[in-house]
Design a protein around this ligand. Structure first.
Ligand code: SF4
Length: 181
């Protein structure tokens, strides 16, 4: 099929070709800039509290810090979210659940690690039962601290927004959780 407007030739399966054409179209400025701007103000984290850092995450979403003004809206269903915010310790058992949640999230999706426990084990550094989330997921922003304050959560959102608006991510580049199943 030949598209006279774009001057490109689409070969093969019509549905597949249409998908490629729409992907091509979305990657062109200013459509891409508009798309990235919209995504940056639509970061919806899935509720996935694994440890005590979750209290600070909850505080960030409350009226005093009001993370919702950044378009940051915590949501229950992974299928309606695009941000996995791992709050603190991730045990082997919960890592399996995190992988399932992450796989259910639509593209483009992002990952923030919160707290020193999520970064490198923290006080459980030598534990047999701790997983380093950065070995499983492509992490966009790390928040250090024990626990990080809600302001740090707000700052991480702003950093991720900047990253998205500067087109530093690749749409649909197959972010599959790593590691054994
Ligand atoms: S970093 Fe501190 S507050 Fe966060 S999960 Fe670890 S021990 Fe708890």
């Amino acid at each position: 099929m030949v598209c006279p407007l774009m001057g490109i030739v689409l070969v093969g399966n019509l549905e597949e070709s249409a998908r490629k054409a729409s992907r091509w179209f979305l990657e062109k400025p200013p459509i891409r800039n508009l798309r990235d701007w919209a995504i940056s103000f639509s970061l919806w984290p899935v509720h996935f509290t694994t440890s005590c850092c979750g209290a600070e995450f909850a505080a960030a979403s409350c009226p005093r810090f009001d993370a919702e003004r950044f378009g940051f809206l915590p949501f229950l269903s992974p299928r309606q979210t695009n941000l996995l915010l791992i709050e603190g310790t991730l045990t082997r058992k919960m890592a399996e659940a995190a992988k399932i949640v992450y796989q259910q999230m639509p593209e483009p999706k992002f990952v923030i690690l919160m707290g020193v426990c999520a970064l490198d084990g923290g006080i459980f550094h030598n534990s047999y039962n701790i997983v380093r989330p950065h070995e499983l997921f492509p992490v966009d922003v790390f928040i250090p601290g024990c626990p990080p304050r809600p302001e740090a959560v707000a700052r991480s959102i702003i950093m991720l927004q900047r990253k998205v608006r500067n087109s530093k991510y690749i749409w649909g580049d197959g972010h599959e959780p790593k590691g054994e199943d």
